[in-house]
Design a binder for this molecule. Structure first.
Ligand SMILES: NC(=O)c1ccc[n+]([C@@H]2O[C@H](COP(=O)([O-])OP(=O)(O)OC[C@H]3O[C@@H](n4cnc5c(N)ncnc54)[C@H](O)[C@@H]3O)[C@@H](O)[C@H]2O)c1
Length: 381
């Protein structure tokens, strides 16, 4: 018998719109789910483009106003894949209408706004999740299992980088389609909220909460033409950010992100060092987990490169035969599958809005420290 549908209304159809649409299409084909996700509706401000997107992915409803999507009784869940400045308004309205809410990261422009969102979503008791999808790279999920099993022992260091190089040209305008990330009004912040937020979410998940941070940021190109006004305006986002900090478990944090690392496109790396061993992961080689165990016999002791494709490794029994890998797109499929399972079981799907607020508070502390030049304590969600 066909399973009941869970009808999704997608707001936005850009980069993330495509990854999410792809995930809704294949989640129930690869995972045994209590409900079948159906991309039922697409909303975008340009009706013709939204229709073309909807036709491509088989969605039957097209809207140009997200409020109509939320009012539609056929829609069970609203998925927000718009620039950061619209997340709060759409999420709050959707929750108040009783819809489940899936929201892209970062949750909000800042912690204050994020807290408002958490309060409403929890009051309305609607299932919710935030798309920090790197948790669901099988190699990263495996890192979590290894750390939780205690194999690394006491943790001393956690370091992460997220390096890109796409904003080096001074001719690049700020604002508008594709370039809203350079406009602080739309993005909230630069690399801190866009890239470091991913690193912070993974770090908190793997290694627990951060307590305090000291940071520096830099805006290398101070003025850019704004797409909307045509005027040369001050750039208010951080182009680069480096911060140090402490985790609650006593380990030290070292994080760096920039869009000015020539040659790097999306180099997210993390490394964690414990008393017995270490783990290293690299987004450019995302199906591999590097693992070192000091307790190995001396003659074979060294870094192992674990090809995370076996059926007993996270998520992999649902895909191909051992040895054949999956990629970036499937992290979103995993999140859809986990979300729908959690809905079926009446459990939260992490990261929830509240989990994402914890990350937002660290971003706030990082930006505040960069401004004041002082150590700043992190609030907790
Ligand atoms: N999880 C990840 O790894 C990841 C990666 C990239 C982006 N993101 C996040 O996803 C979100 C979207 O980013 P993107 O790269 O897809 O951006 P994008 O610019 O490619 O697409 C944004 C979409 O939102 C639409 N839009 C803007 N305002 C709207 C409104 N008021 N109503 C309806 N539609 C509107 C645009 O027309 C466009 O379709 C951002 O919050 C971003 O931080 C997450």
């Amino acid at each position: 018998m066909a399973k009941k549908a869970l009808n999704i209304g997608l707001v936005g159809y850009g980069f993330m719109g495509r990854t999410h649409a792809h995930a809704y299409h294949n989640a129930a084909q690869f995972f045994d789910l209590p409900l079948t996700p159906v991309l039922k509706a697409v909303c975008g401000r340009d009706g013709a483009k939204a229709k073309a997107f909807a036709d491509n992915w088989g969605a039957t409803i097209v809207e140009t106003d997200w409020k109509k999507l939320i009012a539609n009784k056929e829609i069970d869940a609203i998925d927000i894949v718009t620039p950061n400045d619209s997340h709060a308004e759409i999420a709050i309205a959707a929750a108040k209408a009783g819809k489940m809410v899936l929201c892209e990261k970062p949750l909000s422009l800042d912690g204050k706004q994020g807290l408002e969102m958490v309060k409403v979503i929890e009051k309305c008791k609607v299932p919710n999740t935030v798309w920090y999808n790197y948790r669901r790279v099988p190699a990263v999920t495996l890192a979590k299992q290894i750390i939780d099993s205690g194999k690394l022992g006491k943790i001393f260091h956690y370091r992460a980088n997220f390096l890109q190089d796409w904003t080096i040209s001074a001719d690049l305008p700020q604002g508008g389609a594709g370039l809203w990330r350079l406009d602080a009004k739309a993005a909230g912040s630069g690399v801190t909220g866009d890239l470091l937020a991913h690193c912070i979410d993974t770090a908190i998940w793997l290694n627990g909460p951060l307590t305090d941070v000291t940071a520096m940021t830099e805006t290398f190109i101070k003025k850019r033409t704004h797409t909307a006004t045509g005027k040369v305006q001050e750039v208010k986002i951080d182009d680069a950010c480096t911060f140090m900090g402490h985790f609650e478990n006593g380990s030290l944090a070292l994080f760096e992100s920039t869009r000015y690392a020539r040659g790097h496109k999306a180099l997210y790396t993390l490394e964690i060092n414990g008393e017995n061993g270490s783990i290293r992961w690299d987004l450019h080689d995302l199906h591999r987990l590097q693992y070192f165990d000091y307790r190995d016999e001396g003659i074979v002791r060294g870094w192992r490169s674990v090809h995370v494709t076996d059926g007993d490794q996270p998520y992999m029994k649902n895909w191909w035969v051992p040895g054949l890998q999956i990629g970036y797109a499937e992290t979103f499929t995993h999140q859809v599958a986990d979300f729908i399972r959690a809905v079926g079981e009446g459990k939260p799907c992490h990261p929830t809005f509240r989990d994402a607020l914890e990350t937002q508070y660290v971003c706030d502390a990082v930006l505040a420290s960069a401004k004041s030049g002082k150590w700043v304590k992190c609030k907790h969600a």
